[in-house]
Design a protein around this ligand. Structure first.
Ligand code: MG
Length: 285
C-alpha cells in the first residue's frame, strides 16, 4: 500500500495511491483519518483498514491539484553517512566499520514539489538520493533478527547538503540541517509491498533529467536491519522515527568540476517500487 499526505485548508489529510488512481476522503468527512503517523502507530491492520475504506468510499484526486505534505511528521531523523562503498571512496573517506550516524532536525524537511532553498550564505548545495526506513513499532536493544518487525515502511529522502558548512568541522550537523534542504516523500510504502529490508531496489538521482547517481539498495554497507539494531543500542526507536540510509556515488561535490544545484534546477530521486521525489531548486527569499 502507498499513502501520501496532503493539506486542505491548513489541515492534513491522507490519500491512497492505488495503481494510477489516487483516492482521498471527502473534506466534509470529519471521521476520516487524517494522520498517517497515527495509523502507523496503530500497526499494519489499521493501515490496511484505512486503505480499504479509501478504496470503498474515497474520492478520486488529481495529484497535480494537491498541496503535498511530507508523508508523516518525523520524530527523530537518524542519517547514515558513507553507507555505500563507492560514495565513501569518492569522498576520500575510509569504508566505515561501524555506521557513521548524524542527526537531522524535522525543521529541515520539506515535501515533494516544495523548493529546495539555496541559502544566502553558500552556493554549495548538493543532492543525496536515499532510501528511508520508517519505524512503526517502539523498541530498544532490538536484535538484528527481529529488527524488520519494527519497520512500518519506506520512503525516499534527498539529504540535501551544504557542503562547505558540512566539511568546515569534523561534525557534519550544520551542513545537513539548513532549512528547506531535506525533501521527504512523496509516498510512504508499507513494508509488505517491498522486498525484505527494501533490499535490491534500483535507486537513481537525476538533476535536470541527467542521471547523477545510479545504484541499488543491495549495495548498502549496513542494511536496514543492521541499522535498526545498532541505533537501538543507544536510543529507543519510536513510531515515526526515520532512518535515512545513505547515498551512493555521484554526488555533486565529488565531481570534476563540482556540480552544485542552482535556482531553476529540478532534482529527482527515484527508488524502484516507491516512486519519484521531485523538487525544484530556488534561491532563498
Ligand atoms: Mg546522506
Amino acid at each position: 500500500m502507498k499513502f501520501l499526505s496532503y493539506e486542505v485548508d491548513g489541515k492534513a489529510r491522507i490519500a491512497l495511491q492505488d495503481g494510477e488512481v489516487l483516492l482521498g476522503s471527502s473534506p466534509s468527512d470529519e471521521t476520516a483519518t487524517s494522520d498517517l503517523l497515527d495509523l502507523i502507530r496503530q500497526g499494519p491492520a489499521a493501515l490496511t483498514a484505512a486503505a480499504e475504506a479509501l478504496r470503498r468510499g474515497g474520492n478520486r484526486l488529481v495529484r497535480g491539484d494537491l498541496k503535498l505534505l511530507p508523508p508523516l511528521r518525523p520524530g527523530k531523523i537518524i542519517c547514515v553517512g558513507l553507507n555505500y562503498a563507492d560514495h565513501a571512496r569518492e569522498s576520500n573517506m575510509a569504508i566505515p566499520e561501524t555506521p557513521t550516524l548524524f542527526g537531522r532536525f524535522p525543521s529541515s524537511v520539506i515535501a515533494d514539489g516544495a523548493p529546495i532553498r539555496i541559502p544566502k550564505v553558500s552556493r554549495a548545495l548538493d543532492f543525496e538520493g536515499e532510501l528511508v526506513a520508517v519505524i512503526g513499532r517502539r523498541g530498544r536493544y532490538i536484535p538484528k533478527e527481529t529488527a524488520l518487525d519494527h519497520v512500518a515502511g519506506y520512503s525516499i529522502f534527498n539529504d540535501g547538503s551544504i557542503r562547505d558548512y558540512q566539511l568546515r568541522t569534523p561534525q557534519w550537523t550544520i551542513g545537513k540541517n539548513f532549512d528547506d534542504s531535506g525533501p521527504f516523500g512523496p509516498v510512504f510504502v508499507t513494508a509488505d509491498a517491498l522486498p525484505a529490508g527494501a533490499s535490491g531496489l534500483a535507486i537513481e538521482t537525476r538533476l535536470n533529467g541527467e542521471v547523477m547517481q545510479k545504484s541499488s539498495t543491495d549495495q548498502l554497507i549496513f542494511d536496514v536491519k543492521s541499522l535498526v539494531s545498532v541505533i537501538s543500542e543507544a536510543m529507543a526507536l519510536e513510531p515515526g522515527d526515520l532512518i535515512v540510509t545513505g547515498t551512493p556515488a555521484g554526488v555533486g561535490a565529488a565531481r570534476t568540476p563540482k556540480v552544485f544545484m542552482k535556482a531553476g534546477d529540478v532534482c529527482e530521486v527515484e527508488i524502484e517500487g516507491i516512486g519519484i521525489l521531485r523538487n525544484p531548486v530556488a534561491d532563498d527569499e
